[in-house]
Design a protein around this ligand. Structure first.
Ligand SMILES: [Fe+2]
Ligand SMILES: [Fe+2]
Length: 279
């Protein structure tokens, strides 16, 4: 495994070591899947395998989980599954059993091959299935460790909700320094050109309207809604929020966003994870 390394000095009594793993994109299928889903699963598995030089996504994810044993905390920031097929959910539940971790949804975790979509109703539909084996809530959750508060918020549909805004305020009220974990990064001009080149999207939350317009990005889910703007403003204003960690782009980026350092992870299926050491 290749380690991206981030070190933050927050004056903790003891260092806390966190492993961030994202975008493993498990894409298994099984007999009970439809023909369409099976075909798509095989096609995508072959493409991931080719890109990863012959190492399967499952093998990479297993390596990452093994590595996580040496860390104080594990945070999974989405797209762990490429699709929530029964086979993938079974593999995931098995691999994650008995572990303590945070998991936030990525857009692929609820993306179905059958409908070729990952909409809000798909997220709603699969939430219960994930909650059956996850020890945490993939829409928002937190973990206190060594005087730090690790907070996950699901922004996989490029928005935050009122509930998440209230949740973040309650986390801030604990008075601990916060590391915020997302799937979509907060918009930054440092990665936007490459994101548009690779994905024809800004791939981020809080993309300014003029940037969306300049790239003819007309997806109605993209313009930031009031609750999203309020969460972004809170990130900017709140001194206890120390850094943002995201993924989704499938390439690394480091930038200051909203006055805070933001670190974007590389995908696990390509053998990369992020080590975060907080002192
Ligand atoms: Fe991804
Ligand atoms: Fe994603």
């Amino acid at each position: 495994m290749e380690l991206l390394r981030t070190e933050l000095d927050l004056g903790l009594a003891q260092p806390v070591r966190i492993l961030q793993v994202s975008d493993s994109h498990l894409s298994a299928c099984c007999e009970e899947d439809s023909e369409k889903a099976k075909t798509k699963s095989k096609k995508k598995t072959a493409a991931f395998l080719k890109e990863a030089g012959g190492v399967t996504q499952e093998q990479r994810f297993a390596e990452a989980l093994e590595l996580a044993e040496d860390y104080d905390a594990l945070v999974l920031t989405g797209d762990i599954a490429d699709s929530p097929s029964p086979a993938n959910l079974q593999v995931l539940a098995g691999m994650l059993e008995g572990r303590r971790y945070l998991y936030t949804f990525g857009n692929h975790d609820y993306y179905t091959y059958d409908s070729d979509s990952g909409k809000a109703e798909d997220r709603e539909r699969f939430l219960d299935e994930f909650l059956r084996f996850l020890p945490c809530d993939p829409t928002m959750d937190s973990m206190e460790i060594g005087g730090l508060d690790l907070v996950t918020l699901d922004d996989s549909l490029a928005q935050f909700s009122e509930l998440q805004l209230e949740f973040l305020k309650a986390e801030i009220a604990k008075g601990l320094p916060i590391l915020l974990f997302l799937h979509l990064p907060v918009y930054s001009p440092t990665f936007a050109p490459k994101a548009y080149e690779w994905w024809e999207s800004s791939m981020s939350v809080g993309t300014p309207a003029e940037v969306l317009a300049a790239h003819n990005e007309t997806d109605p889910k993209m313009p930031a809604q009031p609750a999203t703007l309020a969460v972004l403003e809170l990130i900017r204003e709140e001194p206890l929020i120390k850094a943002v960690f995201a993924s989704h782009l499938h390439f690394a980026d480091e930038a200051e966003v909203l006055g805070k350092p933001q670190f974007v992870n590389e995908p696990c299926y390509l053998g990369s994870v992020r080590e975060i050491v907080v002192k």
